[in-house]
Design a protein around this ligand. Sequence first.
Ligand SMILES: *Cc1c(COP(=O)(O)O)cnc(C)c1O
Length: 234
Amino acid sequence: MKNIADRLNSVLERIRTLESRYQRPADSVQLIAVSKTRPADQIEQALLAGQSAFAENYLQEALVKIEQLQQKPVEWHFIGPVQSNKTTTISQHFHWCHSVDRLKIAQRLDASRPADADPLNICVQVNISQEQSKSGITVDETRSLCEKISELPRLKLRGLMCMPKPSASLEEQRQPFRQLFQLQQSIVDSGMAMDTMSIGTTQDLEAAIAEGATMVRIGTAIFGERVAKTAAPH
Ligand SMILES: *Cc1c(COP(=O)(O)O)cnc(C)c1O
């Protein structure tokens, strides 16, 4: 098996190749390394190889690693479901939260963001494939939530995020990302500033870059297959 630095470099190479294949500006797609279920020493290997942005889904697990790596220059992204009793901890320890889908959560993150920290960067998670049980706000409610978030002083609205249901073909994978892009464009056209599209995992990286991703969230391609989901509570 290849090591983490090698895997990381092949992912970066692939991103650069896809940027040019789809006429995206060079370096317009940022790699976020999804380190859920991986121990701190694997994050350190990626850090040594030059990666600085890492994403976590499970708060308890993330806090342990944030503590272990507090001397290191890590930019932490929260990408898991946000429970309202966890908002204080998230706004104290993370630089980004990609999974905001309710106003109440946004208000709580805003209220608890430490005064000496920069505003917390926010992506609104959209349930773009309209799945019954999935997290994310509906397409129809997205604009209104974005407007309300942009008025909260301790948050900085950056863009939209989605996690569509898996599909096998590139064309099928591109569809929900294209819908999200169009939704974001329509909101930007009405005067709201957003610069981020957080889309794409190991499975649908190419589709995401083709449709305008500015952040891709990649775990498996960097760290290998996850053995099992962590047993830690969210
Ligand atoms: C786990 C996860 C990823 C990364 O998925 P991989 O298939 O390991 O690349 C990206 N985004 C979210 C929200 C995730 O939960």
